[in-house]
Write a protein that binds this ligand. Sequence first.
Ligand SMILES: [Zn+2]
Length: 68
Amino acid sequence: MKTIRKGKKFPSKPWVGKKVRCSNCDFSGKLEPGDKVRFVSDQRDGDFYQLRCPNCKAFIILAASLRD
Ligand SMILES: [Zn+2]
């Protein structure tokens, strides 16, 4: 496609650097670009990111709005 105007750039991994805490085992950490984080679209409760706790493998949920 020929570019007429360059669109806004969205970070592909806006969750990098976010702190997460596992509610199951109390593990806490800071997200890095290599982490496996899945975007989940949820119309009812709002979009969120989901990852596995590296300690206990439970799901950690991170709100996708990322406004804190
Ligand atoms: Zn955990």
